[in-house]
Design a protein around this ligand. Structure first.
Ligand code: SAH
Ligand code: SF4
Ligand code: F3S
Length: 454
């Protein structure tokens, strides 16, 4: 069957890993001759790249899927694919639930989309969820942005946080080699990208599965060494990374971030709870004192660094006093941004089986109280930008006001200012901040740097 007149549409749920996987899968489809269709109803192939981190994330997928499954009954030529974490978790059960599906593929199979699809186009219904060694991808991803890009450095996760499905669905840690990472980044630099975010579920685990040790027995490959190895790539002006784990976070990494000019002063370090007993029940492997020490050390080296994190409320057995320890940590640290969530029991995780689950009312009440505090603290943190001149890397037009462009400060604050996107896209502009809100800023450009010819 020819694919040259066929159109595809991808709907992505979940985290940055999924977004990066979707861009690679889009690249594979375009390589096969598929063209992007903005409207899913005009597409001959629809791929859902799914997330199962919480119950509501999973349900969203089923409601989307239902609509297209109905469409397929009238248009049997439509190809329906479920990729990502729900696919991995449910496997064949998904086919029983939605028999219209053509392909169910776990996240480790993203780079194999062409082979899997060829089998589908030959008339097979395919399930690919066995754990595999992730092959280096040779196709070009179709990236959403032409300014900022994601580069995976480690897939999977070997931690066993008791609430989390990620290790079940993403498999064991697999680090890419420093050479493969650097080559992808150099290519991005040549293509004109300005900012790269290095990705891993637990980025501090980078390299521990790679062979090679120093004469002192230290693993040759770790994340800090990788930063030194890739920090000087021509064209790339900013480097970011996520996600850090407090259990493995080192002062050496903090020093590297302070020392390397392209590395942004922004740290995303989830803490999950401010209570030591809960941290233990979550199997996180650190105390709130250790977390505070990490933030203190970051601020000693980089007093203006932005700090963000993730937190869960309503973990099984969480008492009011334990929840208040989380509030206290948030109060004391003053996060620039915090992703918060009510605990959601997930299939195949230990905590889901515990009998000390909290009611939805308690969880949602705590979530509201935490969110209120997060807003207050983020507003306070934003005040420091007032009147300052910030370097803003322009990414796009402001979708709500086409006379404005949007970009980010080094500390990752979303910033808007008046300007013409065609002229400014991909430039770092000095912007004087004139308005501050909890999670975004507005300013006026003070100087536009001329694009440097390459
Ligand atoms: N690897 C990262 C985060 C992965 S998942 C880390 O170690 O922190 C992203 C966030 O989702 C987590 O940080 C956690 O706050 C949240 N999360 C994970 N499982 C959850 C669950 N069962 N219920 C509610 N939130 C959850
Ligand atoms: Fe999940 Fe913990 Fe791994 Fe993060 S470190 S992905 S929370 S198991
Ligand atoms: Fe969701 Fe999978 Fe990411 S479960 S958060 S898309 S790793």
């Amino acid at each position: 069957m020819t694919t040259s007149n066929r159109h595809y549409h991808i709907i992505t749920f979940g985290c940055q890993m999924n977004k990066a996987d979707s861009e690679r899968m889009a690249g594979i489809l375009e390589d096969m001759g598929f063209k992007w269709s903005e409207d899913p109803n005009d597409a001959d192939l629809i791929l859902y790249n799914t997330c199962t981190i919480r119950d509501n994330a999973e349900h969203k997928v089923y409601s989307y899927l239902g609509r297209q499954a109905k469409r397929k009954q009238a248009e049997p030529g439509l190809t329906l694919i479920v990729a990502g974490c729900v696919a991995q978790q449910e496997g064949e059960a998904l086919l029983r639930r939605v028999p219209e599906l053509d392909l169910v593929m776990g996240p480790q199979h993203a780079n194999r989309l062409q082979d899997l699809l060829t089998s589908v186009l030959n008339g097979n219904q395919v399930v690919a969820t066995e754990s595999v060694h992730i092959m280096e991808d040779i196709t070009q991803p179709r990236r959403d942005s032409s300014v900022t890009a994601w580069v995976n450095i480690i897939y999977g996760c070997n931690e066993r946080c008791t609430y989390c499905v990620v290790p079940n669905v993403r498999g064991v840690e697999q680090s890419r080699t420093p050479e493969a990472i650097r080559a992808e980044m150099e290519e991005l630099g040549r293509q004109g990208y300005k900012e790269i975010t290095l990705l891993g579920q637990n980025i501090d685990a980078y390299g521990r599965d790679l062979p090679g040790t120093t004469p002192e027995g230290r693993n040759l490959h770790n994340f800090t060494d990788l930063l030194y190895y890739v920090h000087d790539i021509p064209g790339i002006e900013r480097l970011r990374f996520a996600t850090s784990h407090p259990r493995y976070f080192t002062e050496r990494l903090i020093k590297a971030c302070a020392e390397l000019p392209k590395v942004c002063e922004h740290f995303h370090i989830p803490f999950q709870s401010g209570d030591n007993e809960l941290l233990k029940a979550m199997s996180r492997g650190y105390t709130h004192e250790k977390y505070r020490r990490i933030i203190d050390t970051i601020r000693r080296y980089m007093p203006d660094a932005s700090i963000s994190g993730d937190a869960i409320v309503g973990f099984p057995g969480e008492t009011e006093a334990q929840f208040e320890n989380t509030l206290k940590l948030v109060e004391d640290i003053g996060f620039d941004l915090l992703n918060t969530a009510a605990y959601s029991p997930r299939p195949g995780t230990p905590a889901a089986l515990w009998t000390n689950q909290l009611s939805e009312e308690v969880k949602s009440d705590r979530l509201q109280r935490l969110n209120h505090l997060v807003n207050v603290k983020a507003s306070e943190r934003s005040q420091r930008y007032m009147g300052r001149i910030e370097d803003v890397l322009v990414e796009d037009q402001n979708s709500k006001d086409p006379t404005q462009v949007m970009g980010r400060t080094g500390g990752n604050r979303l910033t808007f200012f008046t300007g013409e996107i065609n002229q400014l896209k991909g430039q770092i502009v000095k912007v004087k901040i004139t308005e501050v809100r909890a999670f975004s800023l507005t300013g006026e450009p003070v100087e536009v740097r001329q694009a440097v010819p390459v």
